[in-house]
Design a binder for this molecule. Sequence first.
Ligand code: KG4
Ligand code: ZN
Length: 343
Amino acid sequence: MRKLLAIESSCDETSAAVVAEDRTILSNIVASQHELHFDFGGVVPEIASRAHVRRIIPVIEEALKAADTDLKELCAVAVTSEPGLVGSLLVGLTAAKTLAMSLDIPLVTVDHIDAHIYACGMGQQESAFPCVGFVVSGGHTNLYDCRSATDTTLIAGTTDDAAGEAFDKVARILHLPYPGGPSIQKAAEKGDPTSYQLPRPMMRADKPHFSFSGLKTAVLYAARGVPGTEQLDHTPEECVPNLAASFQAAVSDVLVFKCRQALKKLGYKRLCVGGGVAANQHFREQLTDMCRRHRVELLIAPPELCTDNAAMAAIAWEYLEQGKTANLDADVLPGLVRPHVSR
Ligand code: KG4
Ligand code: ZN
């Protein structure tokens, strides 16, 4: 069975995986940098790229060892080249180019967002496509018309904060640790989601896009007081579980509503959801419920494949099957520059 090495370094996870041609994940090593960004409440790009430089080779070595694979057995090197933090992406791409050149094997560049959607179908017998694809992460809240794994069109995105970014910022307001998603989920377990009446932004049929900055401000005002009134410089500890639960419910309501709207518009009966926020338990339950009611097949990546990891770059096998390899002068594309993600 042919194997490829996949590398992911688009944000703050340094990851390498070995994936066989039948898409079996032989190893998937993820070195997270959460502790390095903890004090800042978000990813600091320069710190992230420097950490990638230190970790990339040990992580690749560990992935090969865990897969019991020698470099000589690899038939290609896949790497995330877009979108992401420019310095972080460059570390992965440079490592991948070096390996591809020295081993004389093809280089395949991968779109991180397409890879998040692809992760939903990994381990499935049937194809996950066509479907509505939804990527809800720290950097994106994007809905796609996915005709195939490599032929997707963006149909809606966020006008300001991404959903994961809102989780991270609200966690700061509530003095919960970074990354905000898991800590809000944990705090919400002891809270009542109906205790605060928070807005559900853009939940209207004529508004396809997302916006979370107003919801974030509503949490700030609920936690510390509205400007013009007496304001606290600290969120009272006893309010945190209820605010976390109410915020989580508001985000989830909006995300589920938009998925339903996209399914209706495109007429698909399958929904694939990936990205870090898709690891959220409440959101997963709400999505499952909506899909059951509307007889839609829901493919949602297991939590370890929702957050950034290299195994999802196995989408490279699809590109390889189409003969789409990259040249050694390939560059990174940090921004989400293509409204049409179609390769
Ligand atoms: O996909 P990902 O690992 O990286 C990006 O491509 O951005 O997503 C990271 C984001 C962070 O904002 C984090 O707070 C959020 O996903 N996240 C969650 C959960 N786990 C991670 N949000 C809500 N609930 C979770 N359980
Ligand atoms: Zn991601």
